[in-house]
Design a protein around this ligand. Structure first.
Ligand code: SAH
Length: 365
């Protein structure tokens, strides 16, 4: 069988290929960083990734119920922590602003919440910042390029499908030991995968039982992100809620993938035009948070999380109010909680400040 045809090289691919020919192969995380964040041609610098005309759809874009339940989680967390005032509500990678708009509709009903709120959106994509401004309407908010720029104080943080954009390195178990998977250039000048030399020792992410061909992934930026969240939660009370693609059991596997107009594509094609992601390593995420002095809850599946927050009751109430939308509502809730859909593939964890007043785990976890 001949290999599937590759899409024509983009300008960014040609630029990266020239760099690799001059300086040698690059790691997958370096490739992802260029493809996603190149200042002129990177995917997250230039594109509007979400929606029917974009490349992928996220939970808040599927149903308003998702944002409403996350809003309930935030409002309840604020109450659990004694209604700190003022406080920061921070969203990392807010997409089109749909999640925050749906959350605030619920939070507004909690007396004192809006008066105490400082809203912060951490977003690098200028087109998405505009979409977020539109979605928020008259609600005041500040925009930041990085979480480091958000002022300290009591903080509630939400990140949905944000961590899966973090560039990953990949390691492959060969006959002689572990190799790093690299991006090089083939004889026709196109980008191609290859393996680096045998590493002097197994990477820290390797599992003792990993056999020939096993692939392990590690996100070098994850530690720094968790440390930035921890620095904030070490100095004032607060919680963070993280929802993402990923398997919490720590199995080996290659999860690096590219989506172009809602279709999976070769990850080295459509460079700068396709969304690149890798699953979040929840085991690593939780151990990093604990090492930084945070308390953690979860992971639970998105299905368990949304069910315990009452997604089915909310769906049924919406159906009663809008009987003509029954089939849409049923289908979209199934996408959110179905085991074979997001319900089983996505997981949820929460981090807590060690300064939080004594309280059981947050709702849903
Ligand atoms: N949370 C949204 C969107 C997820 S897509 C939703 O659920 O619909 C990822 C989002 O993160 C986009 O808004 C993207 O522009 C943003 N993003 C990606 N990398 C980023 C970075 N390094 N810093 C800030 N925002 C980033």
């Amino acid at each position: 069988m001949s290999p599937p045809e590759r899409a024509p090289a983009t300008g960014l691919e040609t630029r990266l290929a020239a760099m690799i020919e001059n300086f040698g192969p690059i790691s997958i995380d370096a490739f992802m960083a260029h493809a996603l964040y190149d200042p002129q041609a990177g995917y997250y610098t230039t594109r509007l990734p979400l929606g029917a005309r974009g490349d992928f759809t996220t939970a808040p874009e599927i149903s308003q119920i998702f944002g409403e339940l996350v809003g309930l989680w935030i409002a309840q967390s604020w109450i659990d922590l004694g209604c700190p005032s003022p406080f920061h509500l921070i969203e990392l990678g807010p997409g089109r602003g749909t999640l925050m708009a749906d959350m605030l509709r619920v939070c507004q009903k909690v007396p004192g919440f809006i008066a105490a709120l400082n809203l912060h959106m951490v977003e690098t994509n200028p087109a998405l910042r505009d979409a977020q401004r539109t979605a928020l309407g008259s609600t005041a908010a500040s925009w930041h390029l990085s979480l480091d720029d958000v002022p300290q104080g009591h903080s509630f943080l939400i990140a949905n499908e944000f961590l899966d954009c973090l560039p990953v390195r990949q390691f492959v178990r060969g006959e002689q030991g572990w190799h790093e998977k690299l991006v090089g250039v083939d004889q026709t000048g196109r980008l191609t995968f290859g393996l680096g030399p045998v590493l002097p020792e197994a990477p820290a992410c390797a599992g003792a039982e990993d056999g020939l061909g096993a692939v392990r992934e590690q996100a070098p930026g994850l530690g720094a992100l968790v440390e930035t969240i921890a620095q904030r939660l070490r100095f004032a009370s607060g919680r963070a809620l993280i929802i993402d693609y990923g398997d919490p059991t720590g199995q080996a596997g290659d999860s690096f993938q590219a989506l172009f107009r809602h279709q999976k594509t070769h990850p080295l094609d459509h460079v700068g035009e396709a969304d690149l992601t890798a699953h979040v390593d929840f085991a690593a995420l939780i151990s990093l948070a604990i090492a930084c002095g945070l308390k953690t809850s979860g992971p639970v599946s998105q299905r368990e999380f949304l069910q315990s927050l009452g997604i089915e009751a909310r769906r049924d109430a919406l159906i009663r109010a809008n009987p003509h939308c029954e089939s849409d509502l049923t289908q979209s809730v199934e996408r959110l909680i179905g085991e074979a859909h997001m319900g089983g593939l996505f997981h949820v964890v929460a981090f807590e400040s060690p300064l939080n007043p004594a309280h059981g785990p947050p709702i849903g976890l």
